[in-house]
Design a protein around this ligand. Sequence first.
Ligand SMILES: NC(=O)c1ccc[n+]([C@@H]2O[C@H](COP(=O)([O-])OP(=O)(O)OC[C@H]3O[C@@H](n4cnc5c(N)ncnc54)[C@H](O)[C@@H]3O)[C@@H](O)[C@H]2O)c1
Length: 285
Amino acid sequence: MGYNLLKGKRGIIFGALNDMSIAWKVAERAVEEGAVITLSNTPLAVRMGTTNELAEKLNAKLIPADATSVSDLEEVFRQSIEALGGKIDFVLHSIGMSPNVRKKRTYDDLDYEMLNTTLDISAISFHKMIQVAKKMDAISDGGSIVALTYMAAQRTVFGYNDMADAKAMLESIARSFGYIYGREHNVRINTISQSPTITTAGSGVKGINGLLDFSERMSPLGNATAEDCADYCVVMFSDLTRKVTMQNLYHDGGFSSMSMSYKAMEQYNKSFDEFKDENGKIIYG
Ligand SMILES: NC(=O)c1ccc[n+]([C@@H]2O[C@H](COP(=O)([O-])OP(=O)(O)OC[C@H]3O[C@@H](n4cnc5c(N)ncnc54)[C@H](O)[C@@H]3O)[C@@H](O)[C@H]2O)c1
């Protein structure tokens, strides 16, 4: 259901690859809420993926760009302002990739060239995007910029690898640039820390199914879906959150505040049964 929360607003959505992508759902919801948007993804993703279908459906211009290239990003903002007829009100950074994860390099055996690529694509691209926008004065006063992140930036998650470092950097960029852009142009910059979600990038995370199941059971409200995330992004783009900036906003059904649930404790105790003697005493040795 639409509430016209983004009526008259212009936005750019980076990172919709296919209909599982979180950015895909955000693009659909933003348009449903009255926004006009452009879409961007890498030239390869534009050729190989289904972003074209989304662009057609939403009547949105699709602008190929590698988010690590400053000149490509300048083109995205230039063409978006032209296509949408004015300055941009909201931007979504929904981009992540780790060659170390893809090549199954473990965290204690990272390839450093690949680490540079992980950081450039998954974190520094956010800085580049904001710096380009600010230098071009491409974002309207009171605009809103959001990037998607994951809790592994704060707490170690098995298998998340160098993406955890990238997410920590991404969240830091939101704070550092949020200060400057807020002071000068009232532009808000936040990160949304989303539950594990089955998408192309999500499926690359080691043990994603176990992780999904664990967080689903551990979170009082259950995992947040991509559709739920789209709702939250819309609120963050809207005028209802004008004073929210430089925040890392957990969107995870409560998972990040949990340590032990009743169910998890039951399960944990059960796993010791086979190690108990006849008196119920745990045999450790
Ligand atoms: N899926 C999850 O479990 C989960 C959880 C928390 C946060 N996130 C974050 O959400 C964001 C979106 O991921 P998703 O899960 O929707 O997966 P996805 O694979 O659908 O999206 C990742 C996108 O990044 C794009 N991309 C990769 N390299 C790029 C580059 N150089 N320039 C521009 N775009 C590039 C890809 O083409 C793709 O569209 C990512 O930042 C991801 O880390 C995902």
